[in-house]
Design a protein around this ligand. Structure first.
Ligand code: SAM
Length: 280
């Protein structure tokens, strides 16, 4: 079965963390969603497909853009994430959620005018097969607009917790960033030919610098960082004690203090904003 590992990951460990931290994740990643929706420029009445919609923030906001005559379908492989998305979307009749693997789902042909995604397309075991399959769902010339993480070294939200956790707790195996995962689309020179092989046209990538905006205090953010991503993985790997965890929280807080501004915490990020047209 395609993407079985990802389905497992997003339905258990990762899905549960994203659900528990939905408010914080959505607040922190709102600048990325603003970027996607601004570049997608969804017209009123459009039918939109949101790939890897997670807990549904992007579905909700895209639905406001397309209005009551439009429609947004959020698709995700994780039942855990979709359960929360469905409850958030229940009073929005121009939305729906679909539990499916985007790489193999038997889409109706030519159903959608636009595709959007915030960080939902980097997890396919075969990117070209996935986008070929998704393309069948898109009207000829439909727009695709999606955000993926740019190069890891320019994304301290991942790199700093990984570095700090390894200093506090011990080293972790090096991640192969070309495999399905957050950085699979960091190298656009590798990814663009895969999208073109899927039949996509006018493929463009714009690296955009912005700031992630975690809500809450430095201490709260440091504690939340231990529940998701590299810090959580390192804590789990080393079966950390409460004392280890407290040392890690203190070290993360020390770094986050340096990201504090008079607007709150701002963590610099580099996003690869991909845009393309469906074949036809
Ligand atoms: C990093 S999360 C982003 C969630 C959401 N877009 C957001 O920004 O809040 C990645 C999402 O992609 C979903 N996903 C991963 N592989 C998928 C696949 N093959 N088909 C559909 N969704 C997938 C995961 O379940 C998860 O919800």
């Amino acid at each position: 079965m395609s993407n079985a590992d990802q389905e497992e990951f997003w339905s258990t460990v990762a899905g549960r963390s994203w659900v528990a931290l939905q408010l914080e994740m959505d607040a922190m990643l709102q600048p990325v969603l603003d970027l996607v929706l601004h570049r997608a420029a969804l017209p009123a009445g459009a039918r939109v497909l949101d790939i890897g919609c997670g807990t549904g923030a992007s579905v909700l906001q895209a639905a406001e853009h397309v209005g009551p005559q439009g429609h947004v379908t959020g698709l995700d492989i994780s039942q855990t994430m979709l359960d929360l998305a469905r409850s958030r979307l229940k009073d929005h009749p121009n939305t729906e959620c679909l539990k499916a693997d985007a790489q193999v789902h038997a889409f109706e042909a030519h159903d959608y005018d636009a595709l959007i995604s915030r960080f939902g397309v980097m997890f396919f075991d075969d990117t070209t097969a996935a986008f070929s399959n998704i393309s069948r769902a898109l009207a000829p010339g439909a727009s695709l607009t999606f955000a993926a993480w740019g190069p890891a070294p320019q994304n301290p939200y991942f790199m700093q917790p990984a570095k700090i956790a390894s200093e506090v707790l011990g080293p972790m195996d090096k991640m192969d960033r070309t495999l399905p995962g957050p950085f699979a689309f960091e190298d656009h020179v590798r990814i663009i030919p895969m999208l073109q092989a899927a039949g996509l046209q006018d493929v463009l990538v714009d690296p955009v610098s912005l700031h992630l905006t975690p809500p809450g205090t430095v201490q709260e953010t440091a504690e939340k960082m231990c529940q998701i991503g590299p810090a959580e993985r390192t804590l789990t790997h080393y079966e950390a004690t409460d004392a280890d965890r407290a040392r890690l929280v203190a070290a993360l807080a020390d770094w986050l203090t340096r990201c504090e501004t008079d607007r709150g915490i701002e963590v610099p990020a580099l996003i690869n904003l991909y845009q393309a047209k469906a074949p036809g």
